[in-house]
Design a protein around this ligand. Structure first.
Ligand code: URA
Length: 448
């Protein structure tokens, strides 16, 4: 078999066989197939696409290109959760302690932020001393002991995806549905959980800008997961504006802690309850005669975990178990804090009709809260807290957001970028015709 023929076949619109896909993944992982041939194949796939069968075969080959975690030492149904990435997406920080406090073990692999999106590991490192570098034994022991463990993607877990993603990132071949689905699902399958709950984002802050594409991606991933024998559910949620109000590592940790104290923003709480109830159902925590009834029971359990303080305590146990300073869970003044505060004021009165969500992520990046390259250091203390979101009325001079910075020049640059991200309309064009002004979008678009 020759790589040249495989590239040619795909370039001409052919369907690759299991042997051909296996040949490519094995050869590329071992370094026998060079980057330029892999890049040519990725571009051919980008234009010619892959069938569901090819996508599944590519996923399985990448999932088995390295170690597959053995979580059989953990009692109960292990549930993983994955978000396709967004702005202000601190969901795991609140959701995982909520779910674990309800008795479902969460064994999760998380990532770091790149570009305008944040990553759970960076956020958790706001707790001084926190580490995700656990051995497989520590990972299993922690889940059995306290119900939660989070680790980063190791070099041995789906190494084919690790290499391929880095290549796609620099060859303009990231945004292909089959390649995204196989990339995400190969890591999830290698991470070994029994059930996977996917949070597929859509909107201006997400990979999938349109709802149609988000549903297609969700369907593809659910299909792969189910064929691989995993209970897989996808929630399609809104990322047309940041989730909650805080964007930036330590600021998001604070918001997640407030949520566990019962003071969370409405959209964020709703997302946690939706994903959490799917996790409890997948984990077999609730038994009911109808799905509706199961959802109600699960939501009540999650709300009780917040009201009783069990979820907050669970977060502290988890931070402690992974070497972090858990005192910060109860005293957030111990989290990293920026030295400078700058308010961004509304330039005119009106209604906020649109927010360029990815641009808000870029503001956090400019302040130092994100990574330009994989090697960049992250300033955990900086970011922004929105005061107004889409659908809100605003008066000229009112505060739209508060920037937390350590450098006045960066604060200035972030402030002007921020203002360009908000559309404020003084008069809604449809108003005279009796149309209702657009309200903020709902957070959940569907569940598969
Ligand atoms: N996240 C991944 O892990 N892979 C992709 O291809 C896109 C997003």
């Amino acid at each position: 078999m020759r790589m040249y023929d495989i590239i040619m076949k795909k370039r001409n619109g052919g369907e690759l066989t299991e042997e051909e896909i296996q040949f490519f993944v094995n050869g590329f992982t071992r370094g026998v197939i060079p980057d330029y041939q892999a890049a040519a194949l990725m571009m051919a796939i980008y234009f010619e696409k892959m069938t569901g069968e090819e996508t599944y075969l590519l996923t399985m080959a990448m999932a088995h290109s390295g170690d597959v975690l053995d979580l059989s030492g953990i009692q109960g149904v292990k549930v993983d959760k994955h978000s396709t990435g967004g702005v202000g997406d601190k969901t795991s920080l609140a959701l995982i302690p909520m779910v674990a406090a309800c008795g479902i073990p969460v064994a999760k692999m998380s990532g770091r932020g790149l570009g305008h999106t944040g990553g759970t590991i960076d956020k958790l490192e706001s707790f001084s001393g926190f580490t995700t570098e656990l051995t497989e034994e520590e990972f299993v022991r922690n889940v059995n002991r306290i119900g939660i463990a989070i680790m980063g993607q190791t070099a041995d877990l789906a190494p084919a995806d690790k290499k391929l993603y880095a290549l796609r990132d620099v060859t303009a071949t990231v945004d292909n549905l089959s390649l995204i689905a196989s990339s995400i699902m190969s890591k999830k399958l290698a991470a070994g959980a029994d059930a996977i709950v996917l949070d597929v984002k859509t909107g201006s802050g997400a990979f999938m800008k349109s709802k149609e594409d988000a549903f297609l991606l969700a369907r593809e991933m659910v299909e792969i997961g189910r064929r691989a024998g995993k209970h897989t559910i996808a929630v399609i949620s809104d990322m047309d504006q940041p989730l909650g109000y805080a964007v930036g590592n330590a600021l998001e940790v604070r918001e997640a802690i407030e949520t566990l104290k019962g003071n969370g923003p409405e959209d964020f709480v709703e997302l946690c309850l939706t994903l959490g109830s799917q996790m409890l159902i997948a984990g077999g925590r609730v038994k009911a005669s109808s799905h509706q009834e199961a959802q109600t029971q699960a939501r009540n359990l999650l709300l009780d975990a917040i009201d009783s303080g069990k979820a907050l305590k669970k977060l502290a146990e988890f931070v402690d178990a992974q070497g972090g300073d858990s005192r910060a869970v109860f005293d957030t003044s111990l989290l990293p804090k920026a030295s400078l505060i700058k308010e961004v004021k509304a330039p005119k009165s009106g209604r906020i009709t649109h927010i360029k969500c990815d641009e808000i992520g870029m503001c956090s990046l400019i302040l130092g809260g994100g990574r330009e390259t994989k090697e960049s250091a992250v300033d955990l203390s900086v970011g922004l807290v929105l005061k107004r979101k889409a659908g809100d009325e605003i008066k000229v001079g009112e505060t739209l957001a508060v920037l937390h910075a350590n450098d006045p020049d960066k604060a200035e640059a972030a402030s002007s970028r921020f203002l360009k991200a908000y559309t404020i309309e003084e008069e809604w064009p449809g108003e005279k015709a009796g149309q209702i002004r657009p309200a903020a979008p709902g957070i959940i678009h569907g569940i598969l």
